[in-house]
Design a protein around this ligand. Sequence first.
Ligand code: PEP
Ligand code: MG
Length: 319
Amino acid sequence: RQAEELAAAFEPATTTDGVCVEVVANIGGLEEAQHSVKLGGEGVGLLRSEFLYLERTEAPSEAEQDKIYSDIAKSLGKDRTFVVRTLDVGGDKPLPYLPMPAEENPFLGVRGVRLCLAEPELLHTQIRAILRSAEHAKLAIMFPMITSLEEVREVKRIVAEEKAVLGVTAAVQIGIMVEVPATAVMAEIFAREVDFFSIGTNDLTQYTLAMDRGHPKLAKDADAMHPGVLRLIANTVKGAHTHGKWVGVCGGIASDPSAVPLLIGMGVDELSVSVPAIPAVKALVRTLSKADCQKLAAEVLQMGTVAEVRTRLSQQLAD
Ligand code: PEP
Ligand code: MG
């Protein structure tokens, strides 16, 4: 019985009507990568590379970064996707070796890709180190907090430049996190110029609802099931698919069993979940029919309140 369950863990997550949903992991280091593989994870949808940079007195060297990205890529192997997110810090997570002026609103300040473009040396070093892991897994590079097409063009230029310098010829997908409402609204435009989207619903929710995701009073209401956020997710998927690009969700809702049928119904292709959630999310996908999920999504997208959405989703899960 246990052996059967274990074997099933490595089967793909296919709906009852034959649609494959990729279930991958959000990780913060090598141990989680190894653990995700043991639990049947189909790759990494989000490596939060911040762990390499925080709580130290100087930036990690290129060699140090090389080793860790390559070790993680090797633990996944050539058949699994490895999505590395470039450094995503800012005023709220300062780095001692990078003087950043204090900001009144760090969440609206120089964070994510904005900081990396302001510190090109830091970004170029990271990109080179990431690219060197391309031979060990299906590598993708993802940029956080993208707000404008100019940012996309600039990071693509930098990746192309470093690929040429290193002589890396492997295909490396370039994607962006959709976390800023403007980007979700303009998804169709962005989709022309990137290989994929990964929706960061934690930040997308905070910026759409104008509620700090860590606020002691408001955080509980910063719910991604708000109809305004759901419409942005649906629009993002539509924009991506118009240009044949894939879309993942790597925010916390991808690991929420009540949200999974809705995300699949909206057309999300990949769920990047916390490592312990992998087996349950895969098992859940196998019980769902995509056609039913699409009906559910059509219904939910007409709703006006979080409460209505949540009630409907709990009912669906109970069925
Ligand atoms: C998100 O914003 O949803 C996300 C996955 O990124 P992080 O939680 O690391 O900000
Ligand atoms: Mg985020």
